[in-house]
Design a protein around this ligand. Structure first.
Ligand code: GLU
Length: 257
């Protein structure tokens, strides 16, 4: 387990529910706050990579859809309509903090041996330019995260690809909750009991929920990377997690490094 000072490379996953805030409407104050928090980390010399969903949520908002479409091709089209808006929103918020950003669209296939190096080199070079890579699934050609996941597994693959020091998964819940709805602070092993606590999320806007977050956590801790699930709607949460990972949300301890 690296000390918090050695959290140099941090992957932050931002879920769709944060963009829609349950009302199919963008919460710009929250996006500005997230951007400001990331800028603080960059100023501290850390390398931050964002994995963000929200293309479908913003596409729904542009098209004034109140229900998430059911057909896969419709979801892919809505994502294409929303993706540029997602980047526009990030661009505006980050520019206020003096940061540039880069759009990186990936599929699970891009983590195969052949393209692994290309993805890794490009993202690391974006970081060298002091810009913020913002990664989403390439929804036009891939459907894994649309069907089930909301980019949770993608964020784990990215953290492993980049050999990150920490994966922070931001959602609209405070962490993994026990049967009494209390946050479990530390998870050492993802066993059957832990898995039984996972429940689903707001399916009107996105898919995934705690099941895919636990799967993402399982993947990264097996690769020696700690993972924190925390509530992204709390202002200042990213900085709080990086400063004290045992005090905000649920931390999953790495198995080996
Ligand atoms: N790539 C999708 C998006 O950005 C994933 C989230 C989802 O399926 O709702 O919207």
């Amino acid at each position: 387990m690296p000390s918090q000072k050695s959290y140099k490379k941090i992957v932050v996953k931002i879920g769709s529910s944060l963009f829609a805030a349950g009302k199919n409407k963008l919460d710009m104050a929250l996006v500005n706050n997230l951007a400001g928090q990331i800028a603080i980390l960059v100023k501290q010399g850390k390398e931050v990579v964002v994995v963000s969903s929200g293309a479908i949520a913003l596409g729904m908002s542009i098209l004034k859809l109140t229900q998430r479409p059911k057909e896969l091709r419709q979801l892919q089209a809505v994502a294409a309509i929303g993706q540029h808006e997602l980047m526009h929103v990030y661009k505006l918020a980050l520019a206020r903090c003096g940061l540039n950003c880069a759009q990186v669209l990936l599929t699970w296939d891009d983590f195969s041996k052949k393209r692994y190096g290309n993805a890794k080199n490009t993202i690391n070079t974006i970081l060298k330019f002091k810009a913020l890579p913002i990664i989403n699934e390439n929804d036009t050609v891939a459907t894994e995260e649309i069907k089930f996941g909301d980019n949770d597994k993608l964020s784990a693959l990215v953290a492993i690809l980049l050999d990150a020091d920490l994966l922070v998964i931001l959602s609209d819940v405070d962490g993994l909750l026990d049967k009494n709805k209390q946050v479990i602070g530390v998870v050492g092993k993802i066993n059957g009991q832990i898995k039984s606590l996972a429940c689903s999320t707001n399916k009107k806007i996105c898919v995934g929920g705690m099941i895919t977050k636990l799967e993402a956590a399982r993947m990264v801790i097996a690769a020696g990377i700690p993972c924190v699930i925390a509530n992204g709607s709390k202002f200042g949460i990213i900085n709080a997690v990086v400063a004290s990972p045992f005090k905000s949300g649920t931390i999953f301890l790495p198995v080996k490094k």
